[in-house]
Design a protein around this ligand. Structure first.
Ligand code: SF4
Length: 354
């Protein structure tokens, strides 16, 4: 006993104090932390969280620090809530949350890389055009008032552009001839002229009544703001009644020799889409923006009369002469373009007409 008290007992006490007790205490503390962690997570859990989500959460959290658990949980939930549906990764799906702004529209129609073989196609169209004259060659807007002094000629080109919308070249040309013969192709005389007289002279251009009204308004603006000349900026031209981008660019090119954009009319719009030079543009304005992304600037002016004439003679809106066209092997629309006009719905008869 004496030996036991003196040697063995102090050893046992030492062991219990320095090794067994801390391990036991540590085990107790770990158990407490796990319990505390679990309790904390349940407390902070939203009511809607399912049992399965709770299980996953408890198994993930190996930290013994309850603070960390409470901080990480909302972040996980937030991150989960902003993950998009898998369908949102679908290729080409439009982002419906973005507003349809003008800049977004521009982005959609951008075509930066020049189309394959465009120079070859252009050269072939030049050759085809050189074989035959087209109405645009002698009666286009840019031919108006060629015998007049520069200031009067600019005004003639402006009025010719105004009359040209929805009207064939030879009809516009005839109207301009009649106005010039009646000395009514100057702002001073138009401003004083009777509107009915103008209307009769320009008939049968499309929308001749509205165009006669706009002629008088334009003449007045030119006299009051531009000293009888026409605006020398695109913005100024577009502010005139009845003048749109197509006409504005044409007048800037012809009247002021200032090229700010391509003049895209229905022929240019149609042919560029048929040739695949622009992809699926819906309006001449969209075509202009897409074409300007890759067509060299030195082609911006000649491309209009070239394609307008080509559209009047070969690549017509209906039944284009693909079999005679020398680019039919390079054109994605060859022998596939429209051959019949779109069917018009019968006009509803107004009750008073019955
Ligand atoms: S092949 Fe036909 S659709 Fe193509 S550019 Fe020539 S005429 Fe037009």
């Amino acid at each position: 006993m004496c030996l036991l008290h003196q040697q063995v007992l102090p050893m046992l006490i030492h062991l219990q104090t320095h090794m067994i007790l801390p391990a036991a205490l540590a085990q107790t503390n770990f158990t407490y932390n796990r319990m505390h962690t679990k309790i904390t997570s349940i407390k902070s859990e939203p009511e809607s969280t399912s049992a399965s989500e709770h299980r996953v959460f408890v198994r993930r959290k190996r930290s013994r620090n309850p603070e960390l658990v409470t901080k990480t949980e909302p972040q996980d939930q937030k991150f989960t809530s902003i993950l998009p549906d898998i369908e949102e990764f679908a290729y080409g799906k439009p982002n419906v949350n973005l507003p349809l702004t003008k800049s977004r529209l521009k982005t959609q129609v951008k075509s930066v890389n020049p189309p394959l073989n465009w120079e070859k196609v252009l050269e072939q169209i030049h050759k085809m055009r050189s074989l035959n004259d087209a109405p645009v060659d002698s009666m286009g807007c840019e031919k108006a008032g060629t015998s007049l002094p520069p200031k009067e000629r600019r005004f003639a080109v402006l009025i010719s552009s105004l009359l040209s919308s929805q009207t064939k070249d030879h009809v516009t040309h005839g109207a301009i001839q009649r106005l010039q013969d009646s000395n009514l192709l100057k702002p001073e005389t138009i401003e004083k002229a009777d509107e009915t007289t103008l209307k009769n002279l320009i008939y049968p251009v499309g929308f001749y009544t509205r165009k006669a009204t706009n002629m008088k308004k334009i003449a007045k603006i030119c006299l009051m703001k531009y000293n009888g000349d026409i605006p020398n900026t695109l913005e100024g031209l577009l502010s005139l009644p009845g003048i749109g981008p197509k006409m504005g660019h044409l007048v800037m090119n012809v009247g002021w020799d200032n090229v700010q954009g391509i003049c895209v009319d229905t022929h240019v719009h149609r042919i560029c889409n048929r040739l695949g030079w622009v992809m699926g543009t819906k309006t001449p304005e969209e075509t202009r923006e897409a074409l300007q992304m890759w067509l060299p600037k030195e082609e911006w002016v000649p491309i209009n009369p070239l394609l307008v004439g080509f559209g009047q003679t070969v690549c017509t809106p209906l039944r284009p002469s693909c079999s005679l066209c020398s680019v039919n092997e390079l054109c994605p629309s060859a022998f596939r373009a429209a051959t019949t006009p779109k069917k018009k719905l019968p006009r509803k008869t107004k009750p008073e007409e019955l």
